[in-house]
Ligand binder design. Sequence first.
Ligand code: ADE
Length: 231
Amino acid sequence: MKGLIFTNTIALIGAMPSELADIRTLLGKAEIKRISGFDFYINTYKNNAIINACCGIAKVNAALCTQVMIDNFHPECVINTGVAGGMNSSVKVCDIVISTEVLPHDLDLHFLNDYPPYCGIFKADEKLIETAEKICGDFGVNCFRGRIVSGEAFVSDSALKASIQANFDPYAVDMESAAVGHACYLNETPYVSVRCISDNADDEGAMSFDEFEKIAAKRVAEIVLKMTEEI
Ligand code: ADE
């Protein structure tokens, strides 16, 4: 790597190995650094340094991994990628949702708003949102900008879905985006979450997830890698 000048260092974070498998195949052989229990895969790709890591499921894993990523690799931006449950009636399975902002749906926002960090809704970076939208357009993939909420459970219950919809009006639900956004906010690092819908977070959610997870993960992997070329 000595002597090469990289334009940017871009961090890609996914929760499950399946959400990073296609990115890793497309990037080819990586140098792997293990730090604080996370494996960071380091590649050069089109003059950028791309660091990808599998954070594991849910917010603690996602926040820790994002912080370790930022501390050690100082990325210009963080892209959180993977699959999510659809929470808006216009969003269908295999569509993409690009976060405008992220927040937890299972924590009283008062704790975040009225005490440090005095912010409970974490805005995504406008330029990254536009880039994601452009690439989806280039790929001919249906995409939506919207709020993504995260919680400590896989939502596959129509009553819980209705209650989250009534309280937060999100476009998608997952288990990590809010934590990645939270960590990026504290570190003043631009981020966006780009998620492909694998299920509708309803009573059929688990079945749909099993059927569509791999297709959705592959679709978003290709979009996210293409994004890195335009950042
Ligand atoms: N990730 C993908 N689908 C999800 C769902 N329904 N709930 C939480 N996380 C998800």
